[in-house]
Write a new protein. Sequence first.
Length: 136
Amino acid sequence: MLELRVCIDVDDLERGIAFYTQVLGLKVGRRFGDKGAELLGASAAIDILAKPAASQPSPSASSLRDYRRHWTPIHLDFVVTDVEAAVERAQSHGATLEKAIQELEWGRMALMADPFGHGFCLLQFKGRGYDELAGS
């Protein structure tokens, strides 16, 4: 089976660890010296990786790392049991609520940005979750 690991670049390792453990209840697994840490407790391991602002993300990248709010076609969704409480926790640790909590057919969703500029969503499923959209 293919293993999925999510990697999140941050400019301050300890602040990144604190945000994701305190907001989502993840636990530190292995530490990779001062370069990163593995966070456990989600369905995939999340690696918080220390990468300085303005560093080159890859040899062919057209821009340097920037920790202001940015857009990427890939983002993370975290399923929570209480979206309001999760939003409050996230905001108290430096996240931004970018759009009011939405009521949708499958549940509720909050669009957020972490303190490092990465977009993510907090989801609270109701009923059958996404299966509400799939019919019977």
